[in-house]
Design a protein around this ligand. Structure first.
Ligand SMILES: C[S@@+](CC[C@H](N)C(=O)[O-])C[C@H]1O[C@@H](n2cnc3c(N)ncnc32)[C@H](O)[C@@H]1O
Length: 200
């Protein structure tokens, strides 16, 4: 880790807040801010979180879903055990991973979320292309798992294909928005696309 990066991290209020409030990542605040604005999560929900490691979003989902909910976290890397969460290890582009999620769900999902990100190359166009592919994968998974009326949220590094993605999501959800929560770093091209009310 570079010195400058370490210094910046120490000054980052969301990083410090996550440490203080026991969230596994500062990303938790992005989900909380999106939820404040769009209200796509609710008590008792069945929620699938794609790209969930290390688990900050999962902690927020568990708080909202409560005892009656079902929260499934999926990642290609290992997610440390988290009380109440069902963890699936696998690549979301692999159909065996989707089969494993389906087994754990035992029905449809109310909410499918994706904070998946490619390994950053530093090449803006390439990172966008990879991110766009991940959003389309998450969108396809949402199409397979969501209950009619369900909701979808996915992270996208903005670029050439952003419009194509918005149009695709608009075809399946009644309300579509794009939002950049305050906790998302200004210098990052990341935004979130929110599809509400799945047409089924
Ligand atoms: C920004 S992190 C997610 C942070 C998480 N939301 C949190 O709050 O802790 C992105 C994650 O996406 C995962 N990921 C990227 N591509 C994936 C894929 N094809 N299948 C499963 N997970 C993937 C990465 O392993 C990484 O852990």
């Amino acid at each position: 880790m570079g010195r400058r990066w370490m210094k910046e991290r120490k000054r980052d209020t969301y990083y410090l807040r996550a440490k203080r409030e026991d969230y596994r990542s500062r990303a938790a605040y992005k989900l909380l801010q999106l939820q404040d604005k769009f209200h796509f999560m609710f008590e008792g929900m069945r929620c699938v979180d794609l790209g969930a490691a290390p688990g900050g979003w999962l902690q927020v989902e568990l708080e909202i879903a409560g005892q009656k909910g079902r929260v499934i976290g999926v990642d290609v890397t290992t997610i440390r055990d988290l009380d109440g969460a069902i963890l699936v290890k696998g690549d979301v582009t692999d159909s065996r991973t989707i089969d494993a999620i389906r087994q754990e769900l035992n029905g449809n999902a109310d909410v499918v979320l994706s904070d998946m990100a490619p390994n950053i190359s530093g090449n803006y166009d390439l990172d966008h292309e990879r991110s766009a592919d991940l959003v389309l994968t998450a969108f396809s998974v949402a199409g397979q798992l969501l209950e009619q009326g369900g909701h979808f949220v996915a992270k996208l590094f903005e670029g050439r294909r952003s419009r194509e993605i918005r149009e695709a999501v608009s075809g399946s959800f009644r309300n579509v928005s794009v939002s950049k929560p305050a906790a998302s770093r200004k210098q990052s091209s990341e935004t979130y696309i929110i599809g509400m009310d799945f047409r089924g």
